[in-house]
Ligand binder design. Structure first.
Ligand code: ZN
Length: 495
């Protein structure tokens, strides 16, 4: 028998439509056994925790972030907010590692407003290999030394996405597959240090009120490291699609693991990003002859999804542009139910219509893009009014879950909630009640699970205690007092 704990004297938002607001919760073992008014009077002899009027919501569930990059970036130079190429170079000079990697630059903030080339990097770093990664994670720039080290200087054709200048040499700009190719070849920290970095990341996530996160494009080393760490954070894994064949051979199912760490599916990239002008649009990017690049076909996707379906795995497909989303919707209806669309950013009315008719499994969308991508009209023009239509998609019956795509955007759910409800920004604002649902209950469902994200009898006792009522005040002004996972304090302190 487990002892009962009653958390009381709180403003509790349950996400249970039949019982939305209560002032107390009763928890036994790892589950909620009751949600109601002053339950301390009902469960005599229970341990009572007086929450002093604090706000309680279900634990946040982030359905798409990148744990590997969050961990590896601990040793990279942070270039976010850099205002010029000169400032970028001076930040890179602080690095003490043999290979210098910087992340998060955004040329739209530069006075020069252009993506640097190897020439900019070569001048400052003639000898050390240097790589900088754009904020979107889809574009990078390498210097000549690095291009030589990874073999792209002499053989740029070995991988797609190496930009070439008029003399036939790489400009240093690397897109998509080429960036991936280079990142794979950069030195990884020693295992012990990698594990330490990952532990720190998981603790940071807990401190922000996250109780479950899904890590995308997982590779075997990341999976090994996650298995090696004892954390209360619940991690769900979408392996990079290149491991599907191996998973298939090993007959690993899409539910393998335990409540702490579970396999979910595979992730495949369908197009690029708006910022890199590589997302696949149905029209040209402003001032160019380019519509971006589609990286999948519906028939190739059908093969992948049928393979994954045999293992009960989900296939998470990155699709930002309307052309990429349309391509997914050409997949056979019988397979669509295994597809989760990641980003699903540009949805003009006819695409919304098709999405609501054809029913993919779920969507994972990023509210923070709304306030990061204010330049969107300049890049894609008129159609930007159809970007980030999260509320419409949800109203049309799609299962819309929220995510940060960290490290692309900050992983703090309160910051992301504020971006979702903001009057400013691109696309639609989402009312706070709906936004919270997308970050909790819908997140659990979008991971094909059913026992989290609602504070109701039989659900896991995963919840967050906040210093302020986010329905009345700005979410970003609230602080996480404690994160409770399965009835135990995973972060913070309660009286
Ligand atoms: Zn991502």
């Amino acid at each position: 028998m487990c002892k009962i704990t009653v958390y009381t004297n709180a403003e509790i938002f349950t996400q249970d439509p039949l019982n939305p607001r209560v002032n107390s919760l009763a928890v036994a073992c790892n589950e909620i056994i009751d949600a109601g008014e002053s339950l301390e009077n009902k469960y005599l002899g229970a341990k009572i925790v007086d929450l002093n009027g604090a706000t309680v919501i279900p634990g946040f569930i982030d359905t798409h972030l990148h744990l590997k990059w969050l961990a590896l970036q601990k040793q990279w130079i942070n270039l976010s907010g850099t205002r010029s190429i000169e400032e970028l170079l001076s930040k890179l000079k602080e690095a003490k590692t043999p290979w210098i990697i910087g992340r998060g630059f955004n040329e739209k903030l530069f006075s020069e407003e252009k993506i640097p080339t190897r020439h900019d990097l070569d001048e400052a770093f003639p000898e050390k290999p240097v790589l900088i990664v754009r904020v979107c994670g889809h574009i990078g720039v390498a210097n000549t030394q690095l291009l030589k080290k990874v073999g792209l200087w002499d053989n740029p054709e070995v991988v797609k996405g190496v930009e070439i200048d008029s003399s036939g040499k790489p400009t240093g700009v690397l897109k998509e597959k080429a960036l991936e190719f280079v990142l794979e070849k950069t030195p990884k920290p020693p295992l012990k240090q990698y594990i330490e970095f990952m532990k720190n990341v998981l603790n940071e996530l807990l401190s922000k009120g996250l109780t479950t996160v899904a890590s995308m494009n997982t590779d075997p080393l990341e999976f090994y490291i996650l298995q090696s760490i004892d954390t209360s954070l619940k991690v769900r894994v979408f392996f990079d699609v290149k491991y599907l064949e191996t998973l298939s051979k090993l007959m690993i199912k899409g539910s393998f693991g335990n409540e702490k760490l579970r396999v979910k599916g595979v992730k495949i990239i369908g197009d690029g990003s708006f910022g890199g002008k590589t997302a696949a649009l149905r029209h040209n990017y402003v001032g160019t002859e380019s519509k971006g690049e589609l990286l999948i076909t519906s028939s190739a996707l059908e093969n992948i999804v049928s393979e994954a379906k045999k293992l009960d795995m989900l296939v998470a497909v990155h699709a930002i542009g309307d052309r990429a989303i349309e391509e997914i919707l050409n997949v056979k209806e019988s397979l669509l139910g295994n597809i989760r669309i990641e980003h699903c950013s540009l949805t003009p009315p006819d695409i919304v219509e098709k999405l609501s008719e054809k029913r993919v499994f779920a969507l994972s969308v990023q509210p923070h893009f709304r306030i990061s991508d204010t330049w969107l009209p300049k890049v894609i023009g008129e159609s930007s009014k159809y970007a980030y239509m999260f509320y419409t998609l949800s109203k049309r019956g799609l299962l819309v879950s929220f995510s940060s795509d960290a490290p692309v955007e900050p992983f703090d759910p309160l910051v992301n909630l504020e971006a979702a409800i903001s009057e400013e920004g691109v696309g639609e604002r989402v009312p706070i009640s709906e936004a919270l649902k997308m970050y909790t209950k819908n997140g659990c469902l979008a991971l094909n699970e059913k026992d989290k994200g609602v504070l109701k009898r039989g659900y896991k006792a995963d919840f967050v205690i906040l210093s302020r009522n986010i329905f009345r005040e700005k979410p970003s002004e609230a602080k996480v007092i404690a994160t409770i996972i399965e009835g135990k304090i995973a972060y913070g302190k309660i009286p």
